[in-house]
Ligand binder design. Structure first.
Ligand code: HEM
Length: 423
């Protein structure tokens, strides 16, 4: 698709699947037209398998409007329908109705219970684990001289960390990985086979059901035999007399897997692509790793915007930036577009690991749903690059990344990398 031909908002339909086959850097030209000419823009929806098209959605493309919606959750709610563009059909709610799709007071209660389980002691343990796993993952490739950076490196760290946090048995990691791929890559034949949209819905439900069954097994075990994992803390913990139901536990597990896995691995993969394309920045970071790690990691997340959008629904009539919304309207917060907004960033199209005042919305905007795993993700990205620079210092991406066609996850499925092998 030639996106440079789309110079008028009227010619832009963000539901056009072909647009999502175009690499992000090129696609931003389309969002730039919207940011400049029609920052709040309407697109129709399409049928999705057995689910008929919804009423369409308004896109928020500027930093100002994305922040406004994030900060006003009573007006821009997350529970009506879902945070995906299509409403979740009721049979999905058991598996995918986690707290990301809730509003207060239910959201606040759940977040409190879950946050109580993320104790400083648990997070310290996780941080130690991140170091151990990252070292081992890089050591596994170090003597080979080349690898598929996504599957051999980037994907392994976040998956193993979440599985370890939750206490998933090691022989089930691959099982969990495959099912979380189906959930986030349902539009891609590589993950679900050549199937139609009707079957895609079935594949999602099967993957969700299988992960829920695994969680039920683990929860039943930890009720009687608590260990120091997160599952034990969640099944045995309570806040203000409240506990999580089995269905809450299942959907939280699935939320952690999908929210924590694909996002972090894509940030790491985009990071390697950008450091390869910008060798002077890579040299600078390698020369002063600790001094630049904090700004470099934020820039990787801004640049990658691993979560492209989240949806909200108008809970009441409301005017924003001159647009009159009506209760029930669907609104999509395009984090990827806000992260390239020239009113928020100097030279937004430049990748700059020294960028300061980098108030990006890669982890969502300020508000009740701000990413629960942001600090863990920052840690994983930092430790992974430190290990790469130490063990395979000349690692570089080779050829074009194989992108995931998706309007939700800015994914890289495969990325060839080469380096001087070390014994
Ligand atoms: C670079 C990596 C990551 C990115 C870009 C990312 C992005 C996001 C975004 C944009 C949201 C906001 C959702 C909304 O406003 O509706 C979010 C929420 C969330 N994230 Fe992350 N995330 C990352 C890593 C993680 C990790 C490692 C975990 C956990 C292990 C995690 C767990 C969650 C959870 C549980 C929520 C829902 C919070 C709520 O609704 O209160 N994320 N994330």
């Amino acid at each position: 698709m030639d996106v440079t031909a789309l110079t008028e908002p009227a010619s832009i339909d963000l539901s056009e699947p072909e647009l999502w086959n175009v690499p992000y850097d090129e696609r931003d030209a389309v969002f730039a037209v919207l940011r400049d000419q029609q920052p709040i823009h309407f697109s129709p929806e399409r049928d999705f398998g057995p689910m008929p098209a919804g009423p369409g959605y308004y896109s928020l493309t500027t930093m100002h409007d994305v922040l406004y919606a994030s900060k006003n959750p009573k007006i821009f709610g997350s529970s009506a329908g879902a945070t995906s563009i299509a409403d979740l059909p009721p049979e999905f709610l058991d598996f995918f109705g986690g707290m990301i799709n809730m509003d207060d007071p239910k959201h606040a209660r759940q977040r409190k219970i879950v946050s109580a389980a993320f104790t400083p002691k648990m997070l310290r343990q996780v941080e130690d684990q991140v170091q151990i796993v990252a070292k081992a993952v890089v050591a596994d490739i170090a003597s080979k001289g080349e690898c598929d950076f996504v599957t051999d490196v980037a994907a392994r760290l976040p998956l193993e960390i979440i599985c370890q946090m939750m206490g998933v048995p090691e022989d089930k990691y691959q099982y969990v990985f495959e099912r979380s791929n189906v959930i986030l890559g349902a539009g891609d034949p590589e993950y679900v086979g050549e199937i139609g949209e009707d079957e895609m819905v079935g594949a999602l439900l099967v993957a969700g059901g299988e992960l829920a069954a695994l969680m039920e097994e683990m929860a039943a075990d930890r009720k009687g035999n608590p260990t120091d994992d997160l599952t034990s803390a969640l099944v045995n913990g309570e806040v203000d007399g409240e506990t999580l139901s089995q269905s809450d536990l299942n959907s939280f597990f699935i939320l952690l897997l999908v929210a924590g896995n694909e996002t972090t691995r894509n940030a790491i993969s985009h990071g390697l692509v950008m450091l390869t394309r910008n060798p002077e920045q890579r040299d600078a970071w390698q020369a002063d790793f600790d001094g630049l790690a904090q700004t470099a990691v934020e820039e990787i997340v801004r640049w990658a915007s691993p979560v492209i959008h989240m949806r909200r629904t108008l809970m009441e009539d409301h005017e924003l930036s001159g647009h009159q919304f009506t209760k029930g309207d669907k609104v999509v917060l395009w984090y990827s577009s806000a992260n390239r907004d020239a009113t928020a960033f100097e030279n937004p199209g430049e990748f700059d690991i020294r960028r300061t005042n980098n108030h990006h919305v890669g982890f969502g905007g300020p508000g009740p749903h701000f990413c629960l795993g942001a600090n863990l993700a920052r840690r994983e990205i930092t430790v992974m690059f430190r290990e790469l620079f130490e063990q395979v210092p000349d690692i570089r991406a080779v050829g074009e990344p194989d992108y995931l066609p998706s309007n939700f996850v800015n994914g890289i499925k495969h990325l060839r990398a080469e380096f001087t092998p070390t014994p």
